[in-house]
Write a protein that binds this ligand. Structure first.
Ligand SMILES: [Ca+2]
Ligand SMILES: [Ca+2]
Length: 189
């Protein structure tokens, strides 16, 4: 593919049994409108390296033919990622894995999709791109340790939303649209 020597992505590594989640997230552990923060090591620095998101708040993505999980990981230039492309270096990545790919299809259970690349100190998706289609999930890349460390790390916060604007929910203590601004901090209020 010409991308140089890099690790498999977090979803692929998990299929292979080479990676395990730091935390597994579902509706039960992620109430809507609340940011939950995790520290994750670089994908190549530790086998326990990803956040595994099971979108149980979305019936269409948690069961049936479209069921899929989301893997959140951090890429830094150590180990098998020593030569990782600049486009991904120091970035948080989101990969999805379709869970029920028909066995008759080529590459069944081995299709991963890069859903997003999140830069430091940004939130994905951008507030203007909130939609009730898709994951209804926001990922904030809060901060990162030095890329030159032997075990680079990133602090990542995630939040799930059930509205695209905070309007009308301005006094509940929640960041309902997951744009990083709660109640009256939010210009929607
Ligand atoms: Ca609110
Ligand atoms: Ca908000």
């Amino acid at each position: 593919m010409g991308s140089g020597a890099t690790c498999f992505n977090a979803a692929q590594m998990s299929i292979l049994g080479w990676a395990a989640p730091v935390a597994t997230i579902s509706a039960a552990s992620l109430p809507a409108g609340r940011w939950v923060t995790f520290e994750i090591p670089a994908l190549s620095a530790n086998p326990y390296n990803n956040l595994l998101v099971k979108p149980t708040w979305l019936p269409n993505l948690s069961s049936g033919p479209d069921a899929r999980n989301l893997f959140v990981s951090y890429r830094a230039p150590v180990g098998c990622d020593k030569l990782i492309s600049k486009a991904f270096l120091g970035m948080v990545e989101l990969h999805s894995l379709i869970l029920n790919f028909p066995e008759s299809m080529p590459f069944a259970n081995n299709i991963t999709t890069l859903e997003a690349v999140v830069a430091p100190r940004t939130i994905w998706p951008a507030p203007a791109q909130r939609s009730l289609d898709g994951w209804r999930l926001a990922v904030r890349f809060v901060e990162q340790g030095p890329l030159s460390a032997s075990a680079p790390w990133a602090r990542v916060a995630i939040c799930r939303y059930d509205v695209t604007r905070e309007t009308g929910r301005c006094n509940n203590g929640l960041d309902d649209d997951c744009d990083g601004l709660t109640d009256l901090e939010d210009s929607d209020c």
